[in-house]
Structures are given as C-alpha cells and as structure tokens.
Design a protein around this ligand. Structure first.
Ligand SMILES: [Zn+2]
Length: 92
C-alpha cells in the first residue's frame, strides 16, 4: 500500500468501528454524535490518520517514524499486515 491507500484503509477501519469509538468518546466526556464522528474521520488528512495510529495515546511517544510507517505499508497488503510489520510499543 502507498500512503494514500494506507490512510484510506485506516479511515475505513475507523468508520466500520465508529459506533464503538463514539461510545468510548462519550464515556470520556466528548459529546459527539455518530454523524459528527463520521464527518470528522472523513475530513482528516492522510498524514493525520496515519499519525494517529503511530502515536501512543497514553504517553504521546511515536512507535516509529512516519517514514518507517510508510515503508512498513509498502510490503503490507492490508491494515492487519501493516500492524504486524510494525514494532510493538510497550510501557515499562
Ligand atoms: Zn506509550
């Protein structure tokens, strides 16, 4: 996958899980509706979507560089393979 294809695949994944993700946001105090959430995903730039997947949501550290994320995508045929190609980020 190239950058465009990866970003599109990640957006599709978020849209498929949007009901579940909206529930999580609501529990965290974000008063978002399902249609707002879908619009939010669709308006994201490719690099914003990819960045959100390579940045740790708890400590803000990047799992890998943006270039490495794109390199890992080159040999991946799907988002699942892309996740497998990247190193895991663990907390001590
Ligand atoms: Zn972390």
């Amino acid at each position: 996958m190239n950058e465009r294809a990866l970003a599109e695949a990640l957006k599709r994944r978020q849209l498929q899980r949007s009901e579940e993700l909206v529930e999580v946001l609501k529990r965290n105090g974000d008063d978002v509706t399902l249609s707002d959430f879908r619009r939010r995903i669709e308006s994201l730039e490719d690099d914003d979507v990819i960045m959100s997947y390579i940045t740790c949501s708890s400590c803000g550290e990047m799992f890998c560089s943006y270039e490495d994320a794109l390199l890992a995508a080159e040999t991946a045929g799907s988002v699942e393979e892309w996740f497998d190609n990247m190193e895991d980020h663990h907390h001590r």
